[in-house]
Write a protein that binds this ligand. Structure first.
Ligand code: NAP
Length: 306
């Protein structure tokens, strides 16, 4: 299938382009970007021209930040194309519902991707926890925003979600592996005095599950969680790519870095969805972020510059 990529920035170049190039399902036929290009692939400055001039492009994959994404997704769906959304799937829940309604009405596929759910240990963790009663859990998601998002000022602008941009990856794993849903009870958000979004957040959910997100972590980075259930302790480390149960590393096919394999798995899933005429939109990670923004206590902290 011919596919177009929109927003040729960090994640498009790092993950989407190689995942498409190495897949038998896909051919990258066009890109839409104001400044980015992919060698040998026609580039358009606006999506309307790309859609009009490339009727054979069946799928549009959107790698833009969340705020500008809705207009592009809507344009692609209205032009009869299937759509794949980077995480988080939108700037608001309501706009993703609108895209779902549009895709359903037109009989097209909409896939709201959560790349961290494709990490190696996640399916194993889900299978292990199935049917068990969770008694406690904790997430530690601490990274250095300057290292992973250089120059990306949009993360601290309204809709950029701040530390929830990476934190939602942890929540996408949590909501995937837990055998029963939890909901947020309490949150504290640390917002730099010159930013619109939090740089750190502490969350408390039902079932004694807590989370600690921080974007000021220098040195070793942490993308880890542990969950206790039925006298067992399950640990997911390195963004879900390593799984330890009761102290024993049980990761299947353990090798490589954490993002390796996640994007190829997303594109393989999208190919199956399109072929079967299905959609996959689970907003539960974003509901927790939205609840934290609604319920959270704001604490103003020192100004932060990228
Ligand atoms: P980015 O490099 O800052 O932005 C991606 C591209 O979006 C830019 O190159 C830009 O392309 C386009 N863009 C930015 N603002 C725009 C606007 N207002 N209107 C139209 N186009 C705009 O961001 P990124 O790191 O790739 O992240 C994009 C999405 O991927 C985010 O939702 C993020 O959460 C997700 N993601 C990122 C990572 C990561 O490690 N960075 C990992 C997984 C997922 P042009 O200027 O060329 O048009």
């Amino acid at each position: 299938m011919k596919i177009a990529l929109v927003g040729i920035g960090k994640i498009a170049v790092d993950q989407h382009v190689p995942a498409i190039a190495n897949s038998d399902d896909w051919e990258l036929a066009a890109t839409v970007s104001r400044s980015g290009t992919v060698d040998g692939v026609p580039t358009y400055k606006d999506i309307e021209t790309m859609l009009a001039e490339n009727p054979e492009v069946e799928v549009v994959s959107l790698c833009l930040p969340p705020v500008p994404r809705f207009a592009y997704a809507r344009a692609a769906l209205c032009a009869g194309r299937h759509v794949m959304l980077e995480k988080p799937p939108g700037a608001t829940l309501a706009e993703v519902h609108a895209l779902q309604d549009l895709a359903r009405a037109q009989g097209q596929t909409l896939f709201a991707t959560w790349h961290s759910r494709m990490a190696r240990g996640v399916a194993q963790a889900k299978a292990f926890l199935a049917g068990k009663s969770v008694t406690k859990g904790h997430i530690t998601w601490k990274e250095d925003v300057r290292r992973w998002h250089p120059g990306q000022d949009w993360v601290f602008a309204p809709g950029g979600m701040g530390v929830f941009d990476p934190g939602i990856n942890a929540l996408s794993i949590l909501t995937e592996v837990l055998p029963a849903p939890v909901h947020l009870q309490d949150a504290t958000l640390e917002v730099p005095e010159n930013c619109q979004t939090p740089i750190a957040a502490r969350l408390t959910f039902t079932d004694r599950i807590t989370a600690d997100f921080d974007w000021r972590q220098e040195g070793p980075q942490s993308w880890d969680m542990w969950i206790e259930a039925a006298d067992h302790r399950i640990e997911l480390q390195m963004g879900g790519s390593k799984i330890i149960i009761d102290g024993v590393d049980v990761t299947a096919n353990a090798s490589g870095t954490s993002l390796l394999g996640e994007y190829p798995a997303l594109y393989a899933h999208m190919a199956k969805l399109v072929k079967s005429g299905a959609s996959d939109v689970d907003l539960s990670p974003m509901i927790h972020v939205s609840d934290a923004m609604t319920l959270g206590k704001r604490v103003s902290v020192s100004a932060f510059d990228m």
